[in-house]
Design a protein around this ligand. Structure first.
Ligand SMILES: C[C@H](OP(=O)(O)OC[C@@H](O)[C@@H](O)[C@@H](O)Cn1c2nc(=O)[nH]c(=O)c-2cc2ccc(O)cc21)C(=O)N[C@@H](CCC(=O)N[C@@H](CCC(=O)O)C(=O)O)C(=O)O
Length: 144
């Protein structure tokens, strides 16, 4: 069941603009960053209940996806991390395909496997982790 509710664009205009182009083009434009594929994660705001949309690097394996709460190696998690913790029902748009998914934060060996896939998809993730003592969280998304 798709997430219903009022969409509140990100105050980060760069991200909001990419979401707008991605959605307006039916997932045919705004789908890359520096040539690497981008997906759109929709979460429910943990406090506002509004829908929040975040462009994220695409990390996919056998139909599952990972989303990496890197925020460029900032000391704090992105806000969308707290939304997913509060409500693991998310939507993921990958190009023209949008699907309901359930997110779970991964740790240990499972995280290590997905972290390798994430760095393969976007090598800068490794640099972000070197920049901060914060353990950058990884969620794995599975189709509902
Ligand atoms: C700016 C802030 O966004 P954020 O959720 O912290 O997410 C920051 C970034 O991660 C987000 O902009 C990403 O899209 C940036 N970003 C990536 N960010 C990543 O972390 N990882 C990526 O792989 C990534 C790739 C990427 C590719 C393209 C692109 O354009 C952006 C990319 C935001 O939206 N803040 C809102 C609040 C949003 C929110 O969810 N509020 C909750 C409250 C949550 C709470 O306080 O508990 C609510 O509505 O209830 C505000 O200040 O009003």
């Amino acid at each position: 069941m798709p997430l219903a509710g009022e969409y509140e664009p990100s105050p980060s205009t760069w991200a909001a603009d990419q979401v707008d182009l991605y959605e307006r083009s039916g997932g045919t434009e705004g789908t890359v960053m520096q040539g690497k594929p981008v997906v759109i994660l929709t979460t429910r705001g943990a406090k506002s209940g509004k829908l929040r949309k975040s462009p994220l690097m695409r990390v996919e394996h056998n139909g599952e996806y990972a989303v990496v709460a890197s925020l460029g190696g900032a000391p704090k998690h992105p806000v969308w991390y707290h939304n997913v913790i509060a409500d693991p029902h998310v939507e993921l748009q990958d190009g023209p395909v949008k699907q309901d998914m359930t997110a779970r934060e991964v740790t240990g060996e499972e995280k290590a496997v997905w972290w390798e896939r994430a760095v393969a998809a976007w090598p800068d993730y490794a640099n972000y982790q070197l920049k901060t003592d914060r353990q950058i969280p990884v969620f794995v998304l599975t189709a509902q």
